[in-house]
Design a protein around this ligand. Sequence first.
Ligand code: ADP
Ligand code: MG
Length: 339
Amino acid sequence: MPIQLLDNRLISQIAAGEVVERPASIIKELVENSLDAGASRIGVDVEEGGLRRILIEDDGCGVPADQLSLAVARHATSKIDSLDALEAVSSLGFRGEALASIASVAELTLTSRVAGADRAYAISPHIDSQPRPAAGAPGTRVEVRELFARIPARRKFLRAPATEFKHIRHAFNQLALSRFDVGFTLRHGGVESAALAACSNDDNRKQRAAHVLGREFDDHAVAVDESAAGMRLTGWIATPGFSRGQADRQYSFVNGRPIRDKVFNHAVRLAYRDLLHNQRHPAYVLYLTLDPRQVDVNAHPAKAEVRFRQSRLVHDFVFRSVSRALAAVEARPHEARTV
Ligand code: ADP
Ligand code: MG
């Protein structure tokens, strides 16, 4: 075959492979968009583990009608406009790829209404490229149907709805723990699975964490708040007694962004080293904040991984902070040291 340029749709479908792995990745991208839009309430409603339908609704700033077709175009974003802006980026999105990627592998409808507009407008790129008037309250609604319907090779990799919903639940939990000031609801097949009101104080925040990590977490959680070298670590770690057979109760955030990071996880594990058997995993919800220029958030297409400029420094700081919090618990007479 001679060399030829790929058409735009195929380029998007290939790129979508990096961003849209499964329904949970769609939830993550769309809720991040709602958070970037300043929403105070976000609803996530899925059917059949998101395979049949995903609906995200927010009360954020909305997209003006004349920008709807740009919103679903590739490499179109309102969040950065230069390399400088990328290096200091504080929004969750910046690649301008999510909506276009999702639209290339599913049927997407974006309905939005900005404050002050007398109506909403909707665009469905698989049907037409022009927005049409629609019903809707101020804010944005994104509906995604028929994920991978026309891409059997990808559809094959999806699991049963119950498994896909587990992944959705995890993504939802991460997002809910990343913004306590926002209210979140999750529904699956019409049944409410979580309703988290916006939190106004530390008690509410701890309750939300306990809702996500399980009731007993509330009794075993130890607050962490340590600062050094321009970094701060806050959140909760569970006493060793609340350890798990699986590493499924570990939530880490860097500058408000849910991440998984080997350096970070290793540092926490190391702090628990003498308190937990090898097969047990600590439970924690930890927030690291540091100068945004010390961390590269553009290291991964789904932005789930970050790269620290000085990973040794981060590792030592997290290790020392968690060790100190654990030592304080050990010193408490009523906390039995359980393995
Ligand atoms: P990115 O988030 O990287 O900018 P997306 O493809 O996710 O790229 O979104 C493209 C643009 O559409 C965003 O930059 C934003 O201007 C707009 N947008 C998407 N979702 C929303 C939303 N829920 N509320 C308001 N604007 C949105
Ligand atoms: Mg986005």
